[in-house]
Ligand binder design. Structure first.
Ligand SMILES: Nc1ncnc2c1ncn2[C@@H]1O[C@H](COP(=O)(O)OP(=O)(O)OP(=O)(O)O)[C@@H](O)[C@H]1O
Length: 271
C-alpha cells in the first residue's frame, strides 16, 4: 500500500501555492505536441523522500489513445509516478511534458484543467453524500449553473444512474469504485490515471470495471492503470510498463511481459 502521510499533501500545497506556473515549450516538450502521438513524456523524472529514491530518473512516455498498465512489486514507485504526473507530488528533479507543454511546475488544479484526471488508490467518495452529490463535486469545480445533465451523463457512463439518490455508503464496493471512476471521468480528461481500480473486488465486479475502462479508452481517453492483478492487466492493456525500485524494468505487450522470466521473478514472485 502507498504511504499517504503528510509529505504528499505538503508537496501538493507547495506546488499549488506558486503564482508563476513556469509553462514553457522546450524541445522535449514539443515531443508531446501536435506533431507527435505522444501525449505524456517524462524526462529523468526523480522523486526522493528524504534518503529514499522512489522514482529514479525515469523517462516514461505514452501515446494518445493508449491504455497502458503500470505494474511492479509493492514499493516499486507506481503510485508516486502517478502523483508526480498529477502534481500531488512535486518532482525532485526532471521534467514532465503533457500535450505540448512543460507541466512540471503547474499546480494540480491547473493540470486537471488541462485534462489530467486521477482516481487515487485511497477511497475518496464521501459516504454520507449520494452518488449524484459525489459526482457534482468535481463538476462544480469547473462549471456552475444547472449541472443535472452532466451529473446524469457521468453516472450513466459508469452504470449508476439508477443509484443517483443512494448514499455512497450504501453502494457495493464495486459500485463505489465505479463512482470514483465516474468522478474522475466527469470532466472528460484526455489522460485518466487509475490507481488500483479493482483492488478487493469480486470477479464479476472486476469484469464490470474492465468493460468500463475499455469503453472509456474506446471513447478516446488515454489511460494509465496501476494494477496488481495480471489477469485484469491481460484483459485491458495495450502495453505494459514494469516498474521496479523506482526505474522502468521492462516495457512491452502483455504477452512479452508475461513470458519474461526476470519480470516473473520480480513481479509475479515466480522463479
Ligand atoms: N509520502 C511519502 N513519504 C515517504 N515515502 C513515501 C511516500 N510515498 C511513497 N513513499 C515510499 O516510496 C516508495 C514507492 O512507493 P509507492 O507507493 O509509489 O509504491 P507502489 O509501487 O505504488 O507500491 P504499492 O503497490 O504497494 O502501492 C515506497 O518505498 C514508499 O514507502
Amino acid at each position: 500500500m502507498s504511504s499517504e502521510y503528510d509529505a504528499s499533501e505538503a508537496d501538493a500545497d507547495a506546488v499549488s501555492s506558486r503564482t508563476d506556473p513556469g509553462v514553457r515549450k522546450t524541445p522535449a516538450g514539443q515531443a508531446t505536441g501536435p506533431d507527435t502521438d505522444t501525449i505524456l513524456q517524462t524526462e529523468r523524472l526523480t522523486k526522493r523522500f528524504g534518503g529514499l529514491t522512489a522514482i529514479d530518473s525515469v523517462d516514461f512516455g505514452i501515446d494518445e489513445g493508449e491504455l497502458r498498465c503500470l505494474i511492479g512489486p509493492n514499493g516499486a514507485g507506481k503510485s508516486t509516478m502517478l502523483k508526480l504526473v498529477t502534481g500531488r507530488h512535486e518532482a525532485t528533479e526532471g521534467r514532465i511534458y503533457y500535450d505540448g507543454i512543460d507541466v512540471t511546475e503547474l499546480s494540480s488544479h491547473e493540470r486537471v484543467r488541462r485534462g489530467i484526471g486521477i482516481k487515487f488508490q485511497a477511497p475518496s467518495v464521501f459516504d454520507s453524500l449520494s452518488a449524484a452529490e459525489n459526482v457534482r463535486l468535481p463538476l462544480q469545480r469547473t462549471g456552475d449553473g444547472d449541472l443535472s445533465e452532466p451529473i446524469a451523463e457521468a453516472l450513466d457512463r459508469v452504470g449508476l444512474l439508477d443509484e443517483r439518490e443512494t448514499p455512497a455508503s450504501d453502494l457495493s464496493h464495486g459500485q463505489q469504485q465505479r463512482l470514483e471512476i465516474g468522478m474522475a471521468a466527469a470532466l472528460s480528461p484526455s489522460l485518466l490515471l487509475l490507481d488500483e481500480p479493482v483492488a478487493g473486488l469480486s470477479i464479476e465486479e472486476r469484469e464490470e470495471i474492465a468493460t468500463l475502462v475499455t469503453e472509456l479508452n474506446e471513447e478516446g481517453m488515454t489511460l494509465i492503470v496501476i494494477e496488481h492483478d495480471i489477469d485484469f492487466v491481460d484483459r485491458i492493456a495495450d502495453r505494459v510498463t514494469v516498474l521496479n525500485q523506482g526505474s522502468i524494468f521492462r516495457e512491452g505487450d502483455i504477452d512479452e511481459i508475461r513470458a519474461d522470466e526476470e519480470v516473473r521473478e520480480i513481479y509475479l514472485g515466480e522463479t
